[in-house]
Design a protein around this ligand. Structure first.
Ligand code: EPU
Length: 342
């Protein structure tokens, strides 16, 4: 294990933005993690935990020890009648996990195929796509406290999951290094194709039977058709969350803008499509100063060769303002922003 000083970070964020970290270390086991946390305490520097950097914006230099969590391993903890419980280490790649579970005949993750990033990052924003969220399979999150190394375990309820939200973005922000998650999957094949894009995919292909494998293939195909590959066009997926509005507010908005896609939530709120509103404001395909809005999906900002996270945030602010002016709705940035130093 090697500690780097003044580390250039472009390779460690999928937006390929340039910034320096005061220090950087990649940990591949628990002892290395403990040594790194001890080093940060001795040096008196903050700790920033990173997976594959697929949901961060580097707006400037990071005054911290960046700990890249790369501990690997998948363990079958228990096999129940129709279910299996897995412990997956935080540094595993999410999409590789999805593929592996499908090969083993463990079902439940197919709708979450092709989401970039690591397993350790997945509970932070409660990753979700095509009608499934991590919270539906997650049993426990294991972590260490940055302040004193203490191991802690949070069960599903303690994680306080919500749409793109969890306790790890709030009370536990910057307090923990997630080390592993336990998930419960099914050994009986069942599928969820309720999400409109998936339902349409199978409706248009009546000869394709919906199975975990074909749902996986469908999600991969839908994502590839409209979301850019970060290794070719650097991005962090959706740059903004879909706003959750009170139902009265959503009804008023829908009356004015009948095309607005709306999704009623279990708690009575209504999720409205940020992509649609950005699209209506004519941002899709916008490109200037090596930054732009993806031509196939208005929620995705793309770095076509800029170094500057600050400039990217300036573009994001312009988009937020124009959506606010047109719809009276405040968009919230989804990725975590680092390097906004005082
Ligand atoms: N739409 C537009 N213009 C666009 C793109 C989409 O009008 O440029 C409309 C679509 O026609 C559709 C609606 O917006 O009616 C929703 O589009 P989509 O199915 O692509 O989903 P989304 O709400 O834009 C969310 C997630 C994605 C996830 C998809 C599928 C958020 C912030 N994003 O996008 O997650 O893949 O649903 O479940 O919730 C990510 O977080 O990086 C991500 C890609």
């Amino acid at each position: 294990m090697k500690f780097y000083r003044d580390k250039l970070m472009r390779k460690h964020n999928t937006l390929a933005l340039q910034a320096r970290a005061d220090a950087f270390v990649c940990v591949t086991n628990d002892d290395e993690l403990l040594e790194s946390l001890g080093w940060a305490r001795t040096e008196g520097v903050a700790v920033v935990v990173l997976g594959q950097g697929s949901n961060i914006v580097l707006a400037g230099d990071v005054q911290a020890l960046v700990v890249q969590q790369a501990v690997r391993g998948i363990e079958v903890l228990d096999t129940l009648n129709s279910d299996v419980i897995l412990r997956v280490a935080a540094g595993e790649n999410w999409h590789e996990l999805v593929q592996w579970t499908l090969q083993q005949g463990y079902y439940g993750l197919e709708n979450l195929a092709l989401i970039p990033g690591t397993v350790g990052a997945s509970p932070i924003q409660n990753i979700g796509a095509y009608g499934v969220e991590l919270q539906s399979v997650l049993l426990q999150v294991h972590a260490r406290q940055i302040a004193d190394d203490k191991p802690v375990t949070l069960d599903n309820a303690a994680c306080q999951f919500n749409y793109r939200d969890s306790i790890f973005k709030r009370e536990c922000k910057d307090q923990l290094v997630i080390t592993a998650i336990d998930i419960q999957l099914s050994r009986r094949s069942s599928v969820n194709i309720s999400y409109p894009a998936l339902a349409t995919f199978f409706a248009e292909r009546p000869d394709v039977e919906p199975t975990p494998q074909t749902v996986f293939d469908a999600v991969v195909s839908i994502r590839r058709s409209k979301l850019p590959d970060p290794s070719i066009e650097p991005n962090v997926g959706s740059f903004f969350k879909n706003p959750l509005l009170r139902s009265e507010m959503a009804a008023l908005l829908l009356a004015k803008h009948p095309g607005l896609p709306c999704f009623s939530q279990a708690d009575g709120s209504v999720k409205v499509s940020a992509a649609w509103m950005i699209d209506q404001c004519r941002w899709k395909g916008h490109r200037a100063d090596d930054l732009g809005v993806h031509p196939q999906h208005a929620l995705v900002l793309v770095n076509y060769g800029s170094d500057s996270g600050a400039q990217l945030l300036a573009l994001a602010s312009e988009i937020v303002s124009s959506v606010h002016d047109a719809f009276g709705v405040e968009l919230e940035v989804e990725p975590r922003i680092y390097g906004l130093n005082p």
